[in-house]
Design a protein around this ligand. Structure first.
Ligand SMILES: [Zn+2]
Length: 638
């Protein structure tokens, strides 16, 4: 958070300071106790910085595994280490540090090396066996010569959790939940190629992937194949991989899981190796793997392998999460217990009083806006959403920041419903910035937006929920649609993670720089139920009739009677309707009105401010009066 002069005038409330203090001391306690834990602390409570503080307070060496924004996030952790006088090092990463992989020796060499790496040839073997141009002087190789044990803090990616030497004897912090940090996706077009090449190269009793899928229930073939695995195991050596460019290291694992999978009845199949009696050392690594696969899915029949690191080498593991879902964390750190820093009541106060955040709902629909490209145009309600954006400008007097999905933002732009960028002039169809869910952590632009609109929710598709159900050996299916959407108890927990918690985390991204009130208009009904909502509004679209009445007056200096307006050639509504529209324009402060003779006369005051698409009104207001927030003057730019 930046230290603006505004911040000094408005120090964070005691409540905020207390929450942050509690968070960091609970991290110290978790580190001292040495148990595996998931620390639940809302955004901006300082949990990542708290992890570094805890290391300095206890003197316990730690490893931080993170993913978001990679390099930036690593640097941020590094800065905190410097602040607390701790020594730190970034764990070497092949994709970042190998000079051939990162392109220093040209694209041809890079392509050769990256193809080998993708097929599972280990970095050490790449350097030893194929002699890439970096061979004598590779930054990656040299970095491994440094003794990492000497550092107080090691910082790396989730996948570094697999490297015993960087977690051994240390406390490990997993910064935010990451399913795909510990998951391998074998995309649908790649899967048949990998399987076919493997069964052909090693003469398993199947001729191809297709043949394997069709005949894998044949007991004779199955027995023969399992005998093969008994004899040859699961390892393809680096030498074999380098010699045959069609082979992939994980091919035996894929084939074995396809032969041993259990069908769940909803199209998904899964395989967990923990149930097999695996005691031989070379096979021990298999135990933590879980496979989930839906060959019947028309959109995505990729095969997924979930493989959490073996944390038993670490001193203990602590997950950090704003809104943890234990059904999912349990798959990554099975031994961890959840620890909530604030109670539910305190969390509500933290949002509304500590952060000074106020959420106003603008719809009763979930608005799932991360659909497939072909469907996104049908999903996004452009007319309604545009009326919401205009209404927010009208209600607050300033141009808001916008968060939506990448797809929805594209639809808004194609329909030209707003302009984006810094803006001193009042303009109803203008927003300060547009961000999407996928890029929130890397974006600082929202920090200064004291008014925000969050439009639509993220939904990766039911198959995301079904896949996590499959890891649990559970056939998850959607039971109800719409706002009452449900997938059963387990599926609903995963839905909570995928949709509701992302909505909350996005809403909390606005207005971080100052402690002034932040108002977020939430244009999706997917906030978690416990989150305080201060008001519920709806958008009213500007009708043709209202617009024609406004056009009749706009830019005319003389006072006009209701009859004058009604007689204007462009006005096509009856006189009582004209009267209503004039009343509305007056309430909106857009026209002047005075008594003259027996009636009223009107003239343009600032009709240039009439929103183009619509405005907001309170849900219970049957008159559709325009909605403004009570502290509108606080923001208003005149
Ligand atoms: Zn290299």
């Amino acid at each position: 958070m930046s230290k603006s002069s505004r911040n000094e005038l408005n120090p964070p409330s005691t409540l905020l300071n207390n929450a942050r203090r509690r968070c960091k001391w609970e991290l110290v306690a978790a580190l001292r106790e040495g148990n595996d834990k998931i620390i639940s602390a809302l955004p901006a409570m300082g949990k990542s910085r708290g992890a570094i503080f805890a290391a300095s307070e206890t003197g316990i060496p730690i490893t931080v595994l993170t993913g978001r924004g990679h390099e930036e996030q690593y640097q941020q952790f590094g800065k905190w280490c410097d602040e607390f006088d701790l020594t730190w090092e970034r764990i070497p990463s092949f994709t970042n540090d190998c000079d051939t992989y990162n392109g220093k020796h040209g694209s041809k060499a890079k392509s050769k090396v990256s193809k080998l790496y993708d097929r599972g040839v280990r970095p050490a073997q790449i350097h030893k066996k194929v002699e890439p141009p970096c061979i004598d002087d590779c930054t990656y190789t040299k970095k491994w010569d440094t003794n990492l044990d000497d550092f107080d803090v090691l910082i790396g990616h989730y996948t570094h959790g697999y490297l015993t030497n960087v977690i051994q004897g240390r406390a490990v912090f997993v910064d935010e939940f990451s399913g795909n940090g510990f998951e391998t996706k074998i995309p649908e077009p790649k899967l048949p190629r990998i399987v076919t090449s493997f069964v052909q190269a090693y003469e398993l009793p199947f001729t191809s992937y297709k043949n394997l899928i069709e005949t894998r229930d044949d007991t004779k073939k199955l027995d023969e194949a399992l005998d093969w695995f008994e004899e040859y195991g699961f390892e393809i050596s680096g030498k074999e991989l380098i010699a045959n460019s069609k082979l992939y290291r994980n091919a035996p694992l894929l084939v074995y899981s396809l032969l041993n999978s259990e069908k769940l009845g909803n199209g998904w199949e899964r395989c967990s190796f923990s149930k097999f009696d695996i005691t031989q050392q070379p096979l021990d690594f298999l135990k933590s793997y879980k496979m989930a696969f839906n060959p019947t899915d028309g959109y995505d029949s990729s095969l997924y392998l979930l493989n959490p690191p073996d944390w038993s080498y670490a001193r203990n593991v602590i997950g950090l999460d704003g809104t943890p879902i234990m059904a999912m964390w349990g798959e990554i750190i099975p031994t961890a217990e959840k620890h909530q820093v604030l109670s539910e009541k305190e969390r509500r106060e933290y949002i509304s009083e500590g952060l000074n955040h106020h959420y106003i709902l603008t719809t009763t629909n979930t608005k799932p806006y991360s659909s497939h490209k072909s469907e996104i145009h049908n999903r996004v309600n452009v007319g309604y959403d545009a009326a919401v954006f205009d209404g927010v400008v009208y209600a607050t007097g300033i141009n808001p920041g916008l968060i939506s999905t990448k797809g929805a933002n594209k639809v808004y732009e194609e329909n030209d419903i707003y302009t984006i960028g810094p803006n001193d002039e009042f303009n109803s169809s203008h927003i300060a910035c547009a961000e999407h869910y996928g890029n929130l952590l890397g974006s600082n632009r929202l920090d200064t937006c004291q008014v925000g609109v969050l439009s639509g929710s993220q939904h990766f598709g039911d198959n995301f929920i079904e896949k996590w159900g499959a890891y649990h050996s559970h056939a998850v299916e959607r039971e109800r649609q719409g706002v009452d959407i449900t997938y059963g108890p387990l599926g609903d927990e995963i839905y909570q993670h995928m949709v509701r918690n992302q909505t909350l985390q996005a809403a909390m991204r606005f207005g971080r720089e100052s402690n002034d009130p932040t108002v977020v208009f939430v244009n999706t009904n997917t906030l978690p139920e416990w989150v305080p909502v201060v008001d519920q509004v709806k958008a009213v679209r500007i009708s043709e009739g209202l617009r024609s009445v406004a056009d009749a007056i706009r830019g005319v200096d003389e006072w006009q009677t209701t009859e004058d307006v009604s007689n204007h050639p462009q006005v096509d509504v009856g006189i009582s309707m004209v009267r209503k529209h004039l009343q509305r324009l007056h309430e909106m402060g857009l026209i002047e009105r005075k008594n003259e003779g027996r009636g009223k006369v009107v003239r343009d005051e600032k009709l240039e401010r009439l929103p183009e698409y619509g405005y907001l009104t309170h849900v219970n207001d049957s008159d559709n009066q325009p909605y403004t927030i009570s502290y509108r003057d606080h923001y208003r730019k005149e």
